[in-house]
Design a protein around this ligand. Sequence first.
Ligand SMILES: [Zn+2]
Length: 370
Amino acid sequence: MASATAAAGAGASPVRLRPFKRVAVVGGTHGNETTGVYALRRFQKHPELLARDGIDVEYCLANPKAVREVRRFVDDDLNRQYSMARLRDDSLESYESVRAKLIEQRFGPKDSDRPHADFLVDMHTTTSRMGITMIFESQGVDPAALYVAKEVRRMLAGRTSAPVFILFADLERDGIPHTPSIARSGVAIEVGPVAQGLLRSDACEWMEQAALAVMDAIARLNTGEATASEAEAVPVFQNSRVKVPCPAGEDGSPLAVFHERLQDGDYRPLRKGDPIFRGLDGEVIEYDGRLGDTVFPVFVNEAAYYLPESGLGFALCHHATLPLPPIVTAEDGAARLSLPVPPADDAEAVAAAIEASDPWEAAKAAAATA
Ligand SMILES: [Zn+2]
């Protein structure tokens, strides 16, 4: 990681982006992820929480019907509807495909350099032990989203009982099926573990603190405070989108459970030959090395990923160190930028560092003394 720091260090010229004046705050994209719905209600009742100078905040309860029914979705997964192809396909008439088009009309257009929302925050929960995960997906590296994600991690260090992780995916922009892709830039906040349909004070606190920090980071971008910062190297997990589904029968029912060594093992090293599932006959199924000898799993035993509509299985990540140049905001700046993605870090070196200190223990200890 030292070489990446040097590469991104002094001398990197600033990038210019348009200011972020309209921020969309979205909850209830998944109707059974009640933490985001509760956060949305709280922010609407107490607008002072997210109010920042020069920024208009707009709120959206994305899937009211699924929220009422405490279900992930009614007809189809809303957070799989935002690819350009699906948004422009008039033959799609499911409740969620219609909702996606309405939400994109409000905050997009996605295929525009001047969508209504400059930044979109989508609030989710997971049953996986992913702490506070700041997810951003972009074609190449979106420096605004990377800045916001790393600022959330910096601001919350020592303040929350869960660690903050950054999860990045490099995806062709038109094909991204997720809500933040309809705005100029955006992030999803994913907190867990928390059960579907359940409100827990710790998860609510993680969500609120992360959302407040997102707003602080955007405000700092706009006021130019970010311009003073030196270029940085930001360690992230990079989602390969390679998923490993649980063995299932013809009717889709699972024929194995997550192995106890992998359960709660999000962001922990997973090596070729490590156990991942235990089958009906007690047999152990091992990681086959399909993405490399050492990888980092996420969405381990996410309850929604037993549903084919949402994509079966847990996902495998590499680890990468992304260069983040200083950012200047100006009216004549770019709508969005796409910076090159560096090669993945040496997985074994990262694994050794992760095994040397448990980020959950560190977060809890720091929060307890704060
Ligand atoms: Zn969700």
